[in-house]
Design a protein around this ligand. Structure first.
Ligand SMILES: [Mg+2]
Ligand SMILES: [Zn+2]
Length: 181
């Protein structure tokens, strides 16, 4: 990795459930067939690449820690996701998952750890980066990592922390990203 500031690239960090794919509610997506991309998300991801931003997925998948699914199943869900995104050049450049039980690790949101690991591994300029999430923990993770701009997709999670921008659904995401990136 080259740390020269001129070669660092900004990123858009995406939460998964409720942003990239339709929220499973209080439960988990436990198999690839139950993973459904959100309306308009492929174009939204593609425009990030078009504007020179890396795409990084940061997701909490405690269902693995709880024994509801295993790591190979989670990996299979992500392989299928990447295959669906590939034709539009909308694949994630990095995927970071916290699969641990609450209170048993240091990477669970709102810890900045997954973002900071991606920053090291992908040469990301956090000061020019964005995060898109649907939960206070996502927005707080961005704040904790020094990612200055955030977009909240409203969901069943009650908003407590104010994001830079708020959208009713992912359908407006492409237009907003086209304006701000
Ligand atoms: Mg979410
Ligand atoms: Zn963790």
């Amino acid at each position: 990795m080259n740390d020269s500031p001129a070669l660092l690239q900004p990123a858009v960090f995406f939460d998964r459930d409720g942003v990239v794919n339709v929220s499973p509610g209080e439960g988990y997506v436990l198999k690839p067939e139950d993973f459904h991309l959100s309306p308009g998300i492929i174009k939204a991801l593609a425009i990030c690449h078009q504007r020179g931003f890396k795409l990084i997925l940061v997701t909490s998948q405690q269902g693995v820690g709880k024994g509801l699914m295993n790591q190979p199943t989670l990996d299979a869900i992500h392989v299928a996701m990447q295959e669906a995104l590939a034709p539009a050049d909308a694949c994630f450049d990095g995927i970071y998952s916290c699969t641990h039980l609450s209170g048993t690790c240091s990477c669970r949101k709102p810890s900045p750890e997954m973002i900071l690991q991606a920053q090291r591994e992908h040469g990301i300029d956090l000061t020019r980066s964005w995060l898109v999430g649907d939960h206070d923990r996502d927005i707080q993770m961005a704040v904790n990592a020094g990612v200055p701009k955030t977009i909240r997709i409203l969901s069943h999670h009650e908003p407590g922390i104010t994001a830079t921008h708020t959208l009713d659904s992912t359908e407006g995401l492409t237009a907003l990203l086209a304006e701000v990136l």
